[in-house]
Write a protein that binds this ligand. Structure first.
Ligand SMILES: [Zn+2]
Length: 435
């Protein structure tokens, strides 16, 4: 009863979000053929919009659109460096410039990126997330507990800012960018008291909470229907730990801040691509180490603020044929991403999530690549690829943040490189903790 009341109140507070959720649930009920037909239309519309509404695409895309039908695979790729260079020219002409905001991503591949967003895009993102949650059996109005590693999301204006401790939203967010062993146990006790239906958060944090639950023999509430893992690679052992500790299924979500809701796992463990929100391509490419990978390119079908066509998101994976027994019409994919996330550990026993270090570099878009490496408990090195060295003020403020937030004894060194080597698997590690 309380859940139904909460749902009703929440629906009234966020009418746009729920209208979008209704639309998304409708497209989910279409046949595979109808869905793909809609995707073709949506793609043609967004290409037309991009060319007529943005200076960037008017210049780069127009020459390719003379021949119909347009072959997506012939269009230029949008690399992160191009977004940084042409940020203003990617904003739609008719965008209300008093309403647009700049979001930041630390970039799992080590490229800080800025992008435009507004309230409408935020609402659609939340609607898409709700649809993904519903794959577990969750219904609007039921409780969600977020363990979030990115500090900026849990302040007012952040992804979860408006819902922080919001009883109507039935959603609570724990800022989990750093923690101790005692903290993990406290959070496990909070799960027991709060009795959420879903847990959501970074795989690295949720698997640490799971470890503490198992090691301390804590029982988890029967209310739990699913654990939504996001933002990071989810390893098989992390998944097993979480399913054992929380007694429910783990759902891996795929999306980014700049293009959310790309894909999500269903109850059968298959990852479905949300073809009503994105057009996803997998393109074979040689990586920096010379080996082949299937690079994922994402085209947002909904972003009419900052169109992103064939965006090189920095991950690899494959599109799969066939259907899933769950009955969803969305086609299948398989991730090959290996977003390595290491934690930094201090002498006082504090464990700091890698996203803290990404956050320190937000807005510093002159940085082309970065990597934080902890060499000892008293020394951390920031390796950078940047056209110019950071100025003295920036360096001083980075060191000050680290001393204030982490450990006054941790010394910071910055080294410059032409290129930061990838790991054996060909992936960039942006934070490397002590071995
Ligand atoms: Zn399925």
């Amino acid at each position: 009863m309380i859940e139904r009341l909460r749902h009703w109140l929440h629906r009234h507070r966020h009418p746009i979000r729920y209208a979008q959720l209704d639309t998304l649930l409708h497209t989910q009920s279409l046949s595979r053929e109808a869905l793909l037909e809609k995707q073709r239309h949506d793609l043609a519309d967004i290409l037309d919009f991009a060319v007529t509404q943005t200076p960037y695409y008017a210049e780069t895309l127009a020459p390719f659109l003379n021949h119909v039908p347009v072959e997506l695979s012939t269009l230029p790729i949008l690399h992160k460096a191009l977004i940084t260079q042409h940020m203003d020219d990617l904003l739609a002409r008719d965008a209300d410039r008093t309403q647009v905001k700049v979001g930041h991503t630390g970039g799992s591949t080590g490229n800080p990126l800025a992008f435009w967003y507004d309230d409408a895009k935020h609402e659609l993102m939340r609607a898409g997330m709700m649809r993904s949650y519903m794959l577990s059996g969750w219904r609007p109005g039921q409780k969600i507990l977020n363990f979030w590693g990115a500090r900026q999301d849990v302040v007012p204006g952040g992804v979860f800012g408006a819902q922080f401790g919001d009883a109507i939203a039935a959603e609570h967010t724990i800022a989990a960018h750093e923690y101790t062993e005692e903290q993990l146990i406290e959070w496990a006790h909070f799960i027991q008291r709060y009795r959420p239906v879903l847990l959501q958060g970074y795989a690295s944090i949720l698997s640490e909470v799971a470890r503490a639950v198992i090691e301390n023999g804590l029982s988890m509430p029967k209310s739990l229907l699913g654990v939504y893992s996001t933002a990071e690679v989810l390893t098989d052992s992390q998944r097993q730990h979480m399913e054992q500790a929380f007694g429910c299924k783990v759902f891996n979500q795929y999306g980014s801040r700049e293009i959310p809701n790309i894909a999500c796992e269903c109850r059968h463990g298959n990852m479905h691509v949300f073809t009503d929100m994105v057009m996803l391509e997998s393109v074979p490419q040689k990586n920096k180490t010379g080996s082949n990978e299937n690079r994922l390119l994402v085209t947002s079908l909904t972003n009419r603020l900052m169109p992103m066509i064939r965006y090189d998101i920095g991950d690899s994976g494959r599109l799969l044929g066939g259907a899933c027994e769950c009955g969803l019409p969305f086609p299948l994919m398989e991730m090959a991403l290996c977003r390595q996330n290491d934690h930094i550990r201090t002498r006082s026993g504090k464990i700091v999530h890698p996203s803290y270090f990404n956050r320190l570099l937000y807005g510093k878009t002159q940085i082309r690549q970065y990597q934080w490496v902890q060499h000892s408990q008293s020394r951390i090195v920031l390796n950078l690829v940047a056209p110019q060295p950071l100025n003295a003020d920036t360096l001083a403020s980075l060191a000050l943040s680290i001393h204030q937030d982490i450990d006054p004894q941790l010394s910071l060194e910055v080294h410059y490189f032409d290129h930061i080597p990838s790991t054996v698997s060909g992936k960039h590690r942006f934070v490397i903790g002590l071995a």
